[in-house]
Write a protein that binds this ligand. Structure first.
Ligand SMILES: [Zn+2]
Length: 261
């Protein structure tokens, strides 16, 4: 029955989004975006699909439209806590811009959905011609870096319940869906805690009337309440991720000065 926290969770499809656009691509000049899209193809990505292996080659870049991708670090005990997540606001795999040929992290699909994909060489050739694309890619790398630092502090300081609330809110923000579909096992893996810890945290949120959980489906019943229960990292990451303001912000000018555009 709804409200219980037990049982295996089926792999529910995520509700379709009304907009298929990737916000990073939408933020660049129309002519550049049009030229870029000629070399892209749309992929339907499945939950758990690995896009980039740790130490694997960086040969392709994905622009999520309706999926969410987790960046994680593989630990010696086999766990893979999430160090950043990327949805329709950004891109995955463009750390090749930093001169890396192989990835430092693993990228796996957390929420299934569509993404536009392009080869690294083709993307960088386009970026050579288009300052707005270069700027958007660099800006998104800076956002991912800042998100990673925020999550490092989150893991060190904030309790599992507040981190779970932060995670659920960010996932819903990125997907726009009415519910979040994730198994207890995957939630525990992404949050870097034991399954019993995530179960206990979710039960408290349910007792407070903030969420409902049933067989892998988590409904947010009281969003203001869940925001109040989340750690400060939710607001910090939301502020970083949601506004695509690199074309006009003073931060953007500073970044441009640093990287020589
Ligand atoms: Zn936190």
């Amino acid at each position: 029955m709804p409200g219980q926290w037990h049982g295996p969770a089926p792999d529910h499809p995520q509700p379709a989004r009304s907009s298929r656009d990737n916000k990073l691509l939408a933020s660049i000049e129309a002519v550049a975006a049009q030229a870029l899209r000629r070399n892209m193809h749309r992929m339907s990505l499945q939950r758990g699909q690995t896009l980039i292996e740790a130490e694997g080659p960086l040969t392709r870049i994905w622009f999520p439209e309706s999926c969410v991708v987790s960046l994680s670090i593989r630990m010696e005990n086999g766990s893979s806590p999430e160090v950043a997540a990327i949805g329709p606001e950004g891109a995955v795999g463009h750390d090749a811009l930093l001169g890396l040929e192989r990835s430092l992290i693993q990228a796996s699909v957390q929420v299934p959905g569509d993404a536009l994909c392009i080869g690294t060489r083709e993307l960088f050739a386009s970026a050579e011609q288009n300052p707005s694309l270069r700027m958007a890619l660099w800006h998104n790398l800076a956002v991912i870096h800042a998100q990673t630092m925020q999550l490092a502090a989150c893991y060190a300081l904030h309790p599992a319940r507040a981190r779970l609330a932060r995670f659920l809110l960010m996932t819903q923000d990125r997907t726009g869906g009415a519910a979040v579909h994730l198994t207890q096992e995957l939630l525990a893996e992404l949050l870097g805690v034991q399954r019993t810890t995530v179960t206990a945290a979710a039960l408290v949120l349910m007792e407070q009337g903030l969420i409902l959980y049933h067989r892998g489906r988590i409904d947010i019943c009281d969003r203001p309440g869940l925001e109040a229960a989340a750690c400060e990292c939710y607001r910090a990451i939301r502020q970083l991720v949601l506004p695509v303001s690199h074309s006009r912000s003073s931060d953007s000018r500073r970044l441009r000065d640093c990287i020589g555009f």
